[in-house]
Each structure stands twice: as structure tokens, then as C-alpha cells.
Design a protein. Structure first.
Length: 311
């Protein structure tokens, strides 16, 4: 078979290397723009939103060694095109609280409508200030059913079931976001995706998992979710969606809880992770102790690990 062949994309004939996918051919010809990940908006074609330049008609330089370009990164090495890129600029967004919902005794879902679209990738964090309350470091996410609006930002926030300052939150309360901050954002490509969430840390992991299922539906994924109490495993609707999209390994665990369902394992989250591999990419979100324990396990096998510490 020749090294080149003809392919028709959207009625236009192009010359591509054998083995390329139609998506790669369209990208090479400048027919579509690369996807820019946005929380809750990871659909094909979103790369032109928010002031992005129109796709160029000029052909990209030919790929001389396709096998080399697709070679997995070495353990601990940066993913091509991700770590070397400049960090996104920090921006300030203002808005008001428009929804407050108690997902479980220890978790609130808070939605704020902003005057401008939020920035950042799934897994990024922001410094969030609700008027009259201390600044929190939170991860924008989606509602548990996967929905959001373009100018909305959703947070899963931990609260003390015995009483918490967050209980003072009210509708129309002003909110200010500064971000993105952190380095735990989703990075397409490169090994199995192992996602670990403790408590409200599921918000960040849910944004990453949902994005990955749209952007890389064939990428292997394993998910471990834990909570101190089984009653705070509020994310079953989200997990059902992930199962329907082909995620086969999902583990739930809780440190305590008399009403623990049969599918919820007992014990700390770090005890229920899959056997890690050197080629894995691990994202862990939650309290400092859980994040630290997972980092140690990942480092022991040389897997890349991206921590997201949640207030």
C-alpha cells in the first residue's frame, strides 16, 4: 500500500498519509480547529468559541514519523504539547449565586451565574469568594446530571453536617472568581486515566471524566471514589452516566456508615485503587491526606500524578 492516499472530507478531496483518521486529516487541512477543553462544553466544534481564531487554510507540516508521534511519554515525563505550553492567563469573573442544593449531609452544590464565561480546563481550580465568607479554592465542575450553562459555574462544596458558615449562603449573593489556578487539569493522551476522588473532590474528577469520555472515548479509564460517610456518596447519577459510556471499573468506598450499601467497600480510598502502572496518568482530588497518599503510591511505580487539593 502506498504511503499516501486520497480522502474526501466534507466534500473536499485531500491527500493524507495512510493510517490517519478523518479527524487528523481535517485538522491537517485546517478544516476544523483543535478542540479547546472547557468545563461543561467539551463538544466538537467548541474550539471556535470565546474569540478563538478561525481555522487556517494552510496545511500543517507533514508528519514524517507517525509512530514516533504516538509513542507514549516516559513515566514522569511531560505530555507532548501540554506541560511546555504557557499557563492560561489568570482572569477575574464576577456574578451571583443562582442555585443552592444540598446533595448530601456533607456536600452542597452551588451554582453561580457570571457576567462573562469562566475560563480554564476541567480540573483547574479557582479562588472563589462568596460575599462575607473567606476565600475558598474550588474546582469548577458540572451538576451531577452533567448539565451546565455557558455563563454558569458549578461547585461541589464540602460542609460540616453539624453546622457550617456555608449555610449562610443565599441566592443572589455576590461571588468573585479568580483563576484558573493549579496544575491538575485534564491532559488528553498518554496511558490509562486513573481518577481518584475523595468527598467534594469528586467535582473536579467529574469534570475531567466527563471531558475525557467526549474527547477520548476509547481511552481506558478507572475511577475510585470515596467519602468519610457512605451518605456522602452523592454522585451515583454521574457514575451511571460514566458506566453507560463504557467505563467498567468504578469503585466506591467509605470510612464509616451504618447504612453502607453492598456496593460500597469499607476502608480508606487509597486501599481500593487499581494496581497502578508506570504508564498511568493519575488525577486525585480531595483532602490533603488522601491526595498525599495517592501521590506516594503513584511515585512508587513511576506514574504521573496530578494533585488537586480541595478546601
Amino acid at each position: 500500500m502506498g504511503a499516501r492516499c486520497s480522502l474526501v472530507v466534507n466534500g473536499r478531496s485531500v491527500r493524507v498519509s495512510t493510517g490517519d483518521t478523518p479527524l487528523e486529516a481535517a485538522l491537517a487541512e485546517g478544516m476544523i480547529a483543535p478542540l479547546q477543553a472547557q468545563p461543561g462544553n467539551l463538544l466538537a466544534g467548541q474550539g471556535l468559541a470565546q474569540g478563538s481564531a478561525a481555522p487556517s487554510g494552510r496545511r500543517h507540516p507533514a508528519r514524517r514519523a507517525r509512530a514516533e508521534a504516538l509513542r507514549p511519554a516516559l513515566p514522569g515525563a511531560p505530555i507532548q504539547g501540554q506541560e511546555a505550553a504557557a499557563p492560561p492567563p489568570v482572569a477575574v469573573r464576577k456574578g451571583t449565586v443562582t442555585e443552592i442544593r444540598r446533595l448530601s449531609p456533607g456536600i452542597l452544590e452551588v451554582v453561580a451565574t457570571l457576567t462573562r464565561r469562566p475560563t480554564g480546563e476541567p480540573g483547574h481550580q479557582a479562588l472563589v469568594t462568596f460575599a462575607g465568607l473567606p476565600t475558598l479554592t474550588l474546582s469548577p465542575t458540572l451538576r451531577v446530571d452533567g448539565t451546565t450553562e455557558i455563563n454558569d459555574v458549578v461547585f461541589h462544596v464540602a460542609r460540616d453536617p453539624e453546622g457550617d458558615p456555608l449555610d449562610a449562603l443565599r441566592l443572589d449573593q455576590p461571588v468573585r472568581l479568580k483563576g484558573p489556578v493549579g496544575r491538575g487539569q485534564y491532559r488528553p493522551g498518554g496511558g490509562r486515566l486513573v481518577l481518584v476522588a475523595a468527598g467534594a473532590g469528586f467535582g473536579a474528577i467529574w469534570a475531567i471524566a466527563r471531558a475525557a469520555r467526549y474527547v477520548e472515548p476509547a481511552r481506558e479509564m478507572a475511577l475510585a471514589v470515596g467519602a468519610r460517610d457512605a451518605l456522602d456518596l452523592y454522585m451515583r447519577e454521574s457514575l451511571d452516566w460514566l458506566r453507560r459510556t463504557g467505563v467498567g471499573r468504578i469503585v466506591l468506598c467509605a470510612d464509616r456508615g451504618r447504612q453502607r450499601p453492598p456496593d460500597v467497600r469499607s476502608g480508606p480510598l487509597s486501599a481500593h485503587l487499581p494496581s497502578l502502572r508506570a504508564t498511568d496518568v493519575v488525577h486525585v482530588a480531595g483532602d490533603v491526606s488522601t491526595v498525599g497518599a495517592v501521590q506516594v503510591l503513584a511515585a512508587a511505580v513511576g506514574a504521573r500524578c496530578y494533585p488537586i487539593v480541595i478546601d
